[in-house]
Write a protein that binds this ligand. Structure first.
Ligand code: CU
Length: 144
C-alpha cells in the first residue's frame, strides 16, 4: 500500500486546522458593559439565606438558549473563579457555579457560616463568557 505525499500533506493540513480552531466561539461584548452586585459590598456581613441582586449596565438580560446580540444571563461564582481556559468554555453548573438561565436578576443564597467570595459573570446563550469578559470584581463576605 502506498500513500502519496499529497495525501500526507492534505492530512497534515486538516490536522493543523483542527488543532488551531477555537474550541467554541465567544460572543463579543459591547465596550463598557459592566456586571456588579447591587446590594452587597466587599466585606459585608450577612445571615444565611441572603439576597444577592445582580446589576448589569450596557447589556441586556436574555434567558439561556436565546441568541440575541449584546445580551447574556447571570452566573454567580461562589468560592471559586474561572481560569483563562474556562473563560472560553461553557461555565460548569454545580454548587459553586450557579446559572440563572431564566434571566433572573436576583437570587436567595444559602451558605454556611464563615468567609465566602462571590463573583458575577455574564455569559452568552450557550453559557460561554463574552469577549472581552463581563464580570464583577470578586467580593468577600462573612456569613454570621
Ligand atoms: Cu449559564
Amino acid at each position: 500500500m502506498t500513500i502519496s505525499i499529497r495525501t500526507v500533506l492534505a492530512l497534515l493540513a486538516a490536522f493543523t486546522v483542527a488543532s488551531v480552531a477555537p474550541a467554541a466561539a465567544q460572543t463579543p461584548s459591547p465596550a463598557g458593559a459592566k456586571v456588579y452586585i447591587i446590594n452587597l459590598k466587599d466585606g459585608a456581613e450577612v445571615t444565611s439565606p441572603f439576597l444577592v441582586q445582580f446589576g448589569l449596565s450596557g447589556m441586556g438580560v436574555a434567558p439561556a438558549g436565546v441568541e440575541k446580540p449584546n445580551t447574556g444571563h447571570h452566573h454567580l461564582l461562589i468560592d471559586t473563579k474561572l481560569t483563562a481556559e474556562q473563560m472560553k468554555q461553557p461555565i460548569p453548573a454545580d454548587d459553586t457555579h450557579k446559572h440563572f438561565g431564566g434571566g433572573q436578576t436576583e437570587a436567595m443564597v444559602t451558605l454556611p457560616k464563615g468567609q465566602h467570595t462571590l463573583q458575577l459573570v455574564l455569559a452568552d446563550w450557550t453559557h460561554i463568557p463574552h469577549e472581552p469578559p463581563v464580570m464583577s470584581e470578586p467580593i468577600t463576605i462573612t456569613v454570621r
